[in-house]
Design a protein around this ligand. Sequence first.
Ligand code: SF4
Length: 357
Amino acid sequence: MLNYHIWTIGCQMNKAESERLGSLFEETGYHYVPNVTDADLIVINTCVVRQNAEDRAVHKLQNFKPLKKARPDIIIAVTGCWVESNNDQLKKTFPFVDYFFKAGECPPWVDRAKWLQALPKEPQPATYVPIIHGCNNFCAYCVVPYRRGREKSRPLSEIVCEVKELVSRGTREVTLLGQNVDSYGHDLPEKPALSDLLTELNDIEGLYRIRFLTNHPKDMSRRLIQTVAHLDKVCKNITLPAQAGSNEVLKVMRRGYTIEEYRRLVNEIRREIPDVGLVSDIIVGFPSETETQFQQTVNLLTEVKFDTVHLAAYSPRPGTIAAREMVDDVSAEDKKRRLTILENLQVNIVTEINAKL
Ligand code: SF4
C-alpha cells in the first residue's frame, strides 16, 4: 500500500482542490496518512495572497529536503498559487521537488481522464464545489489573476451532476466557490447566471443547504439577491468584500465601485433579505492610505455592522500593479495600529449582534 499526504494553506478553493486531489490519489490506490514521514507522495498546496502564507509554505517545503535525501523514491509535488507558468526559479531553489503543477490542474503524472472524474467516495456532509476558476478583475493588490488565470466557468449541467452524485454519497450542504461567483457563466455558450445554477441545485432531493462565495460588489445582480431571498435551501449569507471605506483608496485598488454604490448594495440586500448574514474583507495600510481615509473604513464598519470581517494589513505581492507602481508607504506600526482598532471595533459589533440573539 502506498501512502500520500497533502498539506494545504490558503482559501476555500485550495481546500476544495486538495480534497479533489485526495480523492484522485485514493482512486489510484494511495492511502492518506497524517504523518508526512509515512508518505510516499507529498503534495503541498500553496497560497501567495499574503507574505505570511508564502513564508509558511517555504518553511514547510524546506523541512522535506532531508526526507527526500533519506528516501529519494518519495514523490514531492507543489501546487497552488505559488506555481506559475514558468517555474525555473522555483526549480532552482527547490531542486528536490519532483513536480510543480498549477492550481486546479491535473497532476502531471496522473491520467487526465481520472482527474476529471475524481470525486470523494465518502464526501464530507458539507463539501466545497468550485464553479468558476480564475479572475478577470486585476485588483491592484491581488496576485490571483496572474496565478490562476482568466475566468473559466464549469458547465452548469456538469456542476448539477456532480452535486447529485455528492448527495447520493452523503453530502447535505454544498458551498459553491469562485474568486468572483457573480461572473459565473458569462464565458459559457448559454450564459447561465449563478441564479440559474442555484435554482437548479435547490431542486435536488437530499441536499439541505447551498452556500456560495465570493461575491464582487461591482457585479452582484438584483436578480441574484431576489433568488437568494426566495430559494429555501440557499443560506442567507453573503460574502461581499468592501476592502476599504474611502473612494480614493478603492480607486487606487481598482475595485470598480464607489463606497456609495457599496452602501446602496448592502441596503438593497438587507431590504430583500432582512435576516441576511453579511461578511466582508478589509485591507488596512494600502499604499498612500491616510488617517482620514482609514477613518472612513472605521465609519463603514460602524454603520454597516457586518457579522464577520476578515481583516488584513497590506503587504506587496510581487508582480501585482500595486507592487510595481506604488510605494508601500504606510509604516508597519500604523498598519498594526489600524488593524487593532478595527479588530476591537468588530469584537464590540459582534458582541452587540450576538447579545440580541
Ligand atoms: S476580484 Fe480582485 S481581489 Fe478578488 S480574486 Fe479577483 S483580482 Fe483578486
